[in-house]
Structures are given as structure tokens and as C-alpha cells.
Design a protein around this ligand. Structure first.
Ligand code: AMP
Length: 398
């Protein structure tokens, strides 16, 4: 594979797989353009070099073929604006004569946006014939869609075989994602602390197991901590608990012990009498929560305990909130962790925040630019840290 930054795209038709799967309201207005903005540097570099970017993406989950609601045409005005007024051409179908003719006649300085890839069921099936048709639109294929890198779809992986090694590469976003993730997983400076939170143990078992081979410390917070507490014989009241994972939690603790990985569970919790923003609250040891109460955030002692570990870490990976941060009364723990990660970063540690809710939390609390890297790909990042090979990465590299 070639390096994007070292390539000159002058005179080239560059087919870029972007992730423009942005939320739209019922007036088809974009309510969060983060994913579009993330692709701008890649698109701009190609335009500046004198090349022609051809953008392909999916939007939503259309089941019935072409549907107004899922048309990428709604993105044209905002895309043009993000690119400083660049002309955005549009092809009503991502394959076929119109797409082919528009692609071949476009001029440097213009951008072509193709209609939703998922209007063709062949996209998600990874159909080779469909991938081949798409590949005919460009001289070079750039994968810049980290959010879909864990899918072996036609445009994200299968298409790679129709481009030579020199003519396929990651875009700038993907390059950043892959190098940050590789740094953490393969060359982390120690102490390396993984902070894992969120609701369910079942969603995070694989990532914890893989991190047991890599990290020196694993902090477990959020709802999932209570399954671990109960597995150790604690009283957790009405806190979240996955009864069918108690044994798994015990096994994880045992394995960590064998591998000399230090697992940190919250010493205390902010507890509530109901799952409600207006609930009555108190604090209690996380292993001694009164029967009718539930732990909805880590407590003040746990904050101090976790922040101490973070402060002494050289590499930090954070996935999942420490409590129900959507409610003001239960966001203190997540905020404290965000602050500690930002402070450690300022002191020279490398920090990577990945996974939907922790990303939402660092954005909400204003720490996104104070950590080393915020990943754009929730599911993809999780699978990467579970130790899986992501088809969208493998296809470019192999
Ligand atoms: P996940 O998608 O598994 O990362 O979980 C994120 C969700 O976990 C967020 O919506 C949080 O509100 C929720 N959460 C975090 N801590 C708790 C808790 N102690 N009890 C219930 N839900 C929680």
C-alpha cells in the first residue's frame, strides 16, 4: 500500500470510501456533521493536488432500495460549504452510466458524490461484481471510513482487489485511527491503563480478555462493575447485574491475578433510590449497597482511586462511561476521569478515547482536544481492541 501523504493525486480520479452516515432530522437537515468534517482533510488534499475526489458512502439502513429518506443528496449543500464552496456533482446511482459519465467528465476542483451504496443490496453482501463496477470509477481507491472498517462490504474491503498496491491506501482519517490504535495495542509505553465502562459486561468481555495480554492496569467502572462486585460476594442492591456473567467476571479476575494485571473496581458508588434524574442520592461502598438502591456512578473515593492510577499511566485507553452520565446527578465520575485523562495527556502520556459513549462524554465535557486521539469508529475500535482483524484495514494492507 502507498502512503496517502506521500502521494500526488494530480490528474487522478480518486474513489474515496467515506463514512457520511450522519444523523438527519425529519426535514433532512444534518444534526451532527462530525463524520463529514472528519473526511475533509483527505478530500482537500486531493483537490489541492489537482485530483478529482469521488465520494462513496452509505447512509442509514435502507431495506427497500432507493428511498428519499436515505438519499445522500441531502448532504450536497453542507458538503460544498465544508469544502469552501467547491462544486459538488451528484450521481443518482453509485454505479451505472450516469455515475461513469460524470466521473469521467469531472474536472479538477470539482467533487463527485455518489448516491447511497446501500441502495444496492450487493454492497453489504460484499458482492464482487458490484465492487468491480465501483472500482471502474477511479484510478485510486482510498479507504477513509474507519466507522465501517469492521465490515467486509463491497466498497470497504472487496473492492481492494481491483487496485494495485500502489493504488490503494488509507485516507488521513483512517491513517490517524490506525496508527493511534496500533500504538496502543502494539507499542504502548507502560504503565498502560485501560479504562472500561458502560452498561454491560457481555459487550466488553472480549476487549477485557485481549487487554489482559497488553495492559498493566484495567479500571472497570459503569454499570458493568457491579457484576464483578457481585461475583466477589458483594451486595449490590438493585444495581445492574448480568447474572449469567458472574462466572465470566470471576474468571477474568482470576486470569488478571495470574497475569499480574491489576484490576481496579470502584471502592464506592453514588447510589440512587431509582433510575431517574430526580432520584434521591447517597454514597455507599460498591460492595455494600442497600437492597432497594442502585449504583449509578462511581463514588468520590473511587474517583480518587481511579484518578491516581490514571495519573501514573504512560498509555491510556478509554472505552465506556463511569456512570449514567446523561443525567447530571451521575456524571461526576465520568467527568473526573475525563479530567484525569486530559491532565495525564498534558504531562506526556498518550491517550486514546474510543467507543460511542465515552466519545460523547469527552465532547460534552469539553475535553476532546485535550486527549491525544478521539476515535470516530465505535464498533470498529471495539473490534480492533478485541484483537480482531478488521476487513477494511486488512484489505488495504494485504
Ligand atoms: P455502553 O454502550 O455499554 O458503553 O454503555 C453506555 C451506557 O451505560 C450509558 O448510556 C450509561 O448511561 C450506561 N451506564 C453507565 N453506568 C451505569 C450504571 N451504573 N447503571 C446503569 N447504566 C449505566
Amino acid at each position: 500500500m502507498s502512503r496517502f501523504s506521500d502521494t500526488n493525486f494530480k490528474g487522478k480520479k480518486v474513489l474515496i470510501r467515506v463514512d457520511f452516515n450522519v444523523p438527519l432530522n425529519d426535514k433532512f437537515e444534518i444534526t451532527d456533521d462530525t463524520r463529514m468534517r472528519a473526511a475533509v482533510p483527505t478530500i482537500k488534499k486531493i483537490i489541492d493536488d489537482g485530483g478529482c475526489p469521488i465520494l462513496m458512502s452509505h447512509l442509514g439502513r435502507p431495506k427497500e432500495g432507493p428511498t428519499e429518506k436515505y438519499s445522500l443528496k441531502h448532504l450536497i449543500p453542507h458538503l460544498s460549504e465544508l469544502l469552501g464552496g467547491t462544486t459538488v456533482l451528484f450521481a443518482n446511482d453509485c454505479v451505472g452510466e450516469q455515475a461513469f459519465l460524470t466521473a469521467s467528465m469531472m474536472r479538477p476542483g470539482e467533487v463527485l458524490l455518489l448516491e447511497n451504496l446501500r441502495f444496492h443490496k450487493e454492497e453489504e453482501k460484499g458482492d464482487e461484481g458490484f465492487a468491480k463496477k465501483l472500482s471502474g470509477l477511479g484510478d485510486i481507491w482510498v479507504n477513509d471510513a474507519f466507522g465501517t472498517a469492521h465490515r467486509a462490504h463491497a466498497s470497504t474491503a472487496v473492492i481492494a482487489k481491483f487496485f494495485t498496491k500502489e493504488n490503494r491506501m488509507f485516507g488521513l482519517l483512517m491513517e490517524g485511527e490506525v496508527s493511534s490504535a496500533e500504538k496502543v495495542l502494539h507499542s504502548a509505553e507502560k504503565p498502560f491503563t485501560a479504562i472500561i465502562g458502560g452498561a454491560k459486561v457481555s459487550d466488553k468481555i472480549l476487549i477485557i480478555e485481549n487487554l489482559l495480554e497488553k495492559a498493566t492496569d484495567i479500571i472497570i467502572g459503569g454499570g458493568m462493575a457491579y457484576t464483578f462486585m457481585k461475583a466477589q460476594g458483594g451486595n449490590i442492591g438493585k444495581s445492574l447485574c448480568e447474572e449469567d456473567r458472574l462466572e465470566t467476571a470471576s474468571e477474568i479476575l482470576k486470569k488478571a491475578d495470574e497475569k499480574k494485571v491489576c484490576i481496579h473496581l470502584p471502592a464506592d458508588s453514588t447510589i440512587a433510590d431509582k433510575f431517574d434524574a430526580g432520584a434521591e442520592t447517597s454514597t455507599a461502598p460498591s460492595n455494600n449497597i442497600p437492597a432497594d438502591w442502585m449504583g449509578l456512578d462511581i463514588g468520590p473515593n473511587a474517583c480518587e482511586q481511579f484518578c491516581n492510577v490514571i495519573r501514573n499511566s504512560k498509555t491510556i485507553l478509554w472505552n465506556g462511561p463511569m456512570g449514567v452520565f446523561e443525567m447530571k446527578k451521575f456524571q461526576h465520575g465520568t467527568k473526573a476521569i475525563a479530567e484525569a485523562v486530559a491532565a495525564a495527556t498534558q504531562n506526556g502520556s498518550f491517550s486514546l478515547v474510543g467507543g460511542g459513549d465515552s466519545v460523547a462524554a469527552v465532547n460534552q465535557f469539553g475535553f476532546a482536544d485535550k486527549v491525544s486521539y478521539v476515535s470516530t469508529g465505535g464498533g470498529a475500535m471495539l473490534e480492533y481492541f478485541e484483537g480482531k482483524q478488521l476487513p477494511g484495514i486488512a484489505a488495504v494492507k494485504s
